[in-house]
Design a protein around this ligand. Sequence first.
Ligand code: ATP
Ligand code: MG
Length: 372
Amino acid sequence: MARILVIDDNADLLDMMRLILAQRGGHQVVLSADPADGLSKALADPPDLAIIDVMMPGITGYDIVRRLREQPQTAEMPILILTARGQPIDRETALQVGADEHMAKPVMPADLLAKVDELLARRRGAPEEGAGRVLTLLSLRGGVGVSTLVANLAVVLAGGEPDVVALFDMNPASGQLALHLRVKAERTWASLRDTSPDPALLEQITTRHASGIHIVAAPFSPLYADRLTGPTVEAVLAFLRGRFEAVLVDAPPLLNEAAMAALNASDLIFLVLSPEVGAVQAALAALHALREVRERLFLVLNQVQERPPLPAAAVERALKRSPDALLPFEPAHRTALARGIPLALEQPQSPYVQALHKMAVTAIERLAASGG
Ligand SMILES: Nc1ncnc2c1ncn2[C@@H]1O[C@H](COP(=O)(O)OP(=O)(O)OP(=O)(O)O)[C@@H](O)[C@H]1O
Ligand SMILES: [Mg+2]
């Protein structure tokens, strides 16, 4: 929810804006029918975003934007010009005087809300504001517990706070991550056909779980794998990191163009393995292939079996590196998955979840040390 100031001399339009922004969008709305009053409101208590009309008695919307840009407290405030003047020259003028966006009336509520979200995200996503962190979890060997880890780490990182963590399931095979959370996703990334999807569509493919964790789910049908290209992955991640503090990526077990796009956008890459010879070989291959981003790699040894085929010491010898985190065997995962409730939500005291807390602290320290 954001605080949005609307300045427009048309009372009907203000009523409609209240309906769209407050009722539908859930934002807090401040309305002003008088341009001079609107300007002083904006300067006295800058909103998160201002929507301003152009043609008004006394002072135009363009003048208001210029005045706002002169003052430090509103110099960077997102401003949307919403006007009946819809010619290209009008748009150009709006941007030139310092508005961030221009939309022509009449506007569709969904388009307006999407634009508002985009502007707010752009603001949040601005580097000086601190964009969300992208954490990618990866294994080149299946079944080592990556998706389980993603779902539980999300719960741990959110710490009970809603709308701060998002998940992106890049695995094209049958929407497994949504299953971990029993999320019924109406839309998935299979809806992406365009390499630069617009924010409204990205919004639609993001499903909210009851816990307040959001997920861009993978399609149930494995036939859409090709829809995830490098550019679509970049677009999804840019969108999510603009809105959430942490974005966890469940990467596929390969290093194709889409996976590399995710890794390139990642602040930290969790390479997951289990103490088993196949998983060790896959980890060695990944460590070699990703040697150039070595300093962003975080090694996780997850004990998916009760009796590990290899002792931890043998794994370390083979990798010539000790894991950054150790996750213990946890039989309760099986029932957690069957019920679609991650262990971290129901059994926060379990040793696995406690180990995740410890891992999260180490990872956050690592991010801070790398200047992130
Ligand atoms: N620490 C653990 N202890 C016990 N079982 C675990 C542990 N971590 C994961 N598992 C179990 O291992 C199985 C595989 O887990 P998961 O689906 O998360 O792996 P994955 O690496 O995502 O696999 P996939 O390659 O299919 O995507 C699941 O049954 C899960 O409950
Ligand atoms: Mg998985």
